[in-house]
Design a protein around this ligand. Structure first.
Ligand code: SF4
Length: 327
């Protein structure tokens, strides 16, 4: 112990390109069509972001049948199944699809492998919106594998024609362990054509691994239903953090977590605006952790164009770096 209090601030952290695009899509829809604009499910899994958009006139609904006929509805960054798209069309809704293009890529893989009559083992969390959307592309071909333990029991009809795909926001290490166990049982298991776990999820995990080995405590800013945020807590603990907690807001950081702590690691999930991280840093500074060192493991400059239904306006993102959203 040196008695030197410090913060190691992971980078990349916070907003990814898909979240940035989805949030801007709702804002643009509100500007263009006026309130209310309906959003199926949370546009991204962050309480603060959803609350702010609600105040501006977004109405979040669970399913499209709760949207008045003919109204505008935004599909969230997590994606939707074809059945949801069809349900919206049946109601005459004006749909704006804010599905992250990296989720759409996994949907396309599912469609293609199903067309070629593969059985698809979709590694992901049963019940998560993204998994429901991807599985819904080929329900007769997809079986969800929740965890490495599930790999021991999952059954396939033809072990010679089976492929694995995954949710975009999983732990890389745990997913690879699931694949290893699946391959022990199904040696012909085919890999996806490219990584399904997205760049943002991977980058945030790499950064927190580097921070965690030197941290007495890691604070992850992110919501409880944010898969990638919850994974960051798990990864931090696995990679040497003495303790790790997830908070939505700075005032959830408990005084006792800081008892005897010299080095605090801080990061945030891919749906978290930087302002929430800054509030945690401000509170830590008040508690004596003024020395902040950024630990950067990657540069991110990916930007996605807006959903096609909203293109045509000047793209507001020209001057902003993704991952540093301040809403
Ligand atoms: S976490 Fe990845 S898949 Fe999800 S919205 Fe962000 S970039 Fe897209």
């Amino acid at each position: 112990m040196t008695g030197r209090k410090r913060v190691l601030l992971a980078a990349p952290r916070g907003y990814c390109a898909g979240v940035d695009r989805a949030v801007i899509a709702v804002e643009k829809a509100l500007e263009r069509y006026g309130a209310p604009v309906y959003v199926r499910k949370e546009i991204v899994h962050n309480r603060h972001v959803v609350g702010e958009l609600e105040q501006r006139g977004a109405v979040f609904v669970e399913e499209v049948d709760a949207v008045p006929e003919g109204a505008h509805v935004v599909f969230s960054a997590h994606g939707v199944s074809p059945a949801v798209v069809a349900g919206a069309a049946d109601r005459g809704l004006q749909a704006i699809d804010a599905t992250c293009p990296l989720v759409t890529k996994v949907h396309r893989e599912a469609v293609r492998f199903a067309r070629d009559d593969y059985e698809i083992l979709l590694i992901g969390h049963d019940g998560h919106e993204e998994v429901e959307g991807t599985a819904g592309e080929a329900p007769d071909h997809v079986t969800v594998v929740n965890s490495p333990a599930d790999a021991a029991t999952v059954e396939v009809k033809d072990p010679s024609k089976v492929v694995w795909l995954s949710q975009t926001t999983l732990s890389v290490d745990e997913t690879m362990e699931t694949v290893r166990r699946l391959r022990e049982r199904f040696p012909h298991l085919q890999d996806p054509p490219s990584d399904d776990i997205c760049y943002a999820t991977q980058n945030r995990q790499v950064a927190i691994k580097k921070v965690a080995k030197d941290a007495d405590l890691v604070i992850v800013v992110g919501s409880a239903n944010s898969s990638n945020s919850v994974r960051l807590v798990e990864v931090a603990l696995e990679y040497g953090a003495a303790a790790a907690y997830r908070v939505d807001y700075a005032d959830e950081v408990r005084q006792e977590w800081l008892d005897g702590v010299e080095t605090v690691g801080v990061t945030s999930g891919a749906s978290v605006p930087e302002v929430l991280v800054q509030q945690v840093l401000d509170d830590l500074a008040h508690a004596g952790y003024r020395d902040v060192e950024e630990v950067k493991t990657a540069e991110e400059d990916l930007i996605f164009s807006l959903p096609k239904e909203l293109r045509g306006d000047a793209d507001r993102r020209g001057g902003r770096a993704p991952g540093r959203g301040d809403r």
